[in-house]
Design a protein around this ligand. Structure first.
Ligand code: NDP
Length: 309
């Protein structure tokens, strides 16, 4: 019997790390150029492969998106008609929750004000607030969003999570759907965007929505830059309506040098690294899904291309 192969493409991730991790799951990973018989390739593990990539492999039965966000994949017009899964990895969720907690604590503990004061040699005392008086709104309660919301609740913040379908989560207030968004924006002292980029979320946080945010609130975006109207965000940060922001994602990445965000004292910029897939733990889900595919069982983390996530 000929071996089943999985083809790899990513300009960001280490092929060797993935090859080793997947070998432990009995999966043979190859770079496209090292494959002699393209007919042996049954699965693809990809992050933003070039257009036409999939057409080279006529027997593909599964496409695994090398990451949690699938917007770059589901919007393509060259996808094979096979199941698509996203990576689902508890360590990726933990890393994201850690970043969000860092950003939330940074705002809750007024760290940006102390950084500014230090630059001027000022002993600038601000009395710490009880976390229970600080409302953290988390937009999106998916795998990463829920982990982040739970982590913030564990620190004692009042957490409100907003999603598409209504959820019930211990220790977290929840609401769902477009009609509930305004209330979340109005009450949040710190708003964290963890929504996937879809047709419904692109531009969701437009000027009108940002205006509904509590005056002086902080904004954290770790999902996709396109969800917020960036010029409107800049304006809100300039006027002080939004006091501070921690931004990991941007409409255009890398963030262009001419973006005013670079020069804003009240903005912390990180280059899209809030969380990454960790081969050692994420490979397990891929191995499990290949087993499920062969057994005709439902896949873990399957994406609905029409829904967009
Ligand atoms: P999931 O796909 O697991 O969950 C998405 C959540 O958003 C769900 O709760 C869903 O609601 C909700 N949602 C989707 N559309 C809407 C809508 N129109 N209105 C209200 N709620 C909506 O996502 P993850 O939590 O795993 O990841 C979130 C995003 O984080 C990814 O899509 C990706 O863009 C980004 N990301 C960023 C990284 C970084 O380093 N900065 C790293 C990895 C991911 P419901 O539960 O009802 O379906």
């Amino acid at each position: 019997m000929r071996p089943e192969l999985m083809v790899f493409y990513s300009a960001l991730d280490s092929f060797e790390a993935w090859r080793t991790a997947l070998a432990a799951e009995g999966v043979a990973l190859r770079q496209a150029d090292d494959i002699e018989d393209v007919g042996d390739v049954r699965q693809a593990l990809v992050w933003k492969p070039p257009h036409g990539f999939f057409a080279r492999f006529p027997n593909l039965g599964l496409v695994v998106n090398l990451g949690a966000g699938v917007d770059a994949l589901v919007g393509r017009d060259d996808l094979p008609d096979v199941p698509i899964t996203r990576l689902s990895d508890p360590k990726m969720a933990r890393m994201m929750a850690g970043y969000v907690l860092f950003a939330v604590l940074r705002h809750a503990r007024d760290i940006p004000a102390f950084e500014r004061a230090q630059r001027e040699g000022l002993w600038h005392y601000i009395h710490p607030r009880d976390p229970e008086t600080i409302s953290v709104g988390v937009l999106g309660l998916g795998e990463l969003g829920l982990a982040a919301a739970t982590e913030c609740a564990r620190q004692g913040f009042r957490v409100h999570g907003w999603s598409s379908s209504q959820k019930s989560i211990d220790g977290i207030e929840t609401s769902a759907g477009p009609d509930a968004l305004e209330a979340v924006l109005k009450q949040s002292d710190i708003l964290v965007c963890m929504l996937p980029q879809t047709a419904a979320t692109r531009g969701l946080l437009a000027a009108g929505r940002l205006a509904q945010m509590k005056r002086g609130a902080a904004f954290v975006n770790v999902s996709r830059g396109s969800i917020v109207d960036e010029p409107a965000l800049v304006e809100a940060l300039r006027s002080g309506h939004i006091a501070e922001a921690t931004l990991d994602v941007f409409a255009t990445e890398p963030l262009p040098p001419e973006s005013p965000l670079w020069r804003m004292e009240n903005v912390l910029i990180t280059p899209h690294l809030a969380s990454v897939a960790l081969p050692g733990s994420a490979a397990r889900q891929i191995g499990e899904n290949i087993r499920r595919l062969r057994a005709g069982e439902p896949l873990l983390g399957q994406v609905d291309p029409r829904r967009g996530y």
